[in-house]
Design a protein around this ligand. Structure first.
Ligand SMILES: [Zn+2]
Ligand SMILES: [Zn+2]
Length: 71
């Protein structure tokens, strides 16, 4: 996770499907992408847990492997 805040360029903290900037105290929307095909992942939310699913044949993607990009 090496996304930077578009406003202050501080490194962002990943929180679930959002990124948080501690400097601006703002939540920033991020896009989860498949590490294999780089297509947007479907986000499955269940009981507080978040799973990421690739609809292009790569199945469930562990959160550690998800590529996050700013929208
Ligand atoms: Zn910021
Ligand atoms: Zn994929």
């Amino acid at each position: 996770m090496d996304l930077k805040c578009p406003t202050c360029h501080n490194p962002l903290e990943q929180v679930g499907t959002h990124a948080h900037c501690n400097v601006c105290d703002t939540d920033i929307e991020v896009q989860a992408n498949c590490p294999e095909c780089h297509q947007p992942l479907e986000v499955l939310k269940a009981c507080g847990a978040v799973d990421f699913f690739c609809q292009h044949g790569h199945g469930l993607i562990s959160k550690k492997r998800v590529e996050f990009t700013l929208r």
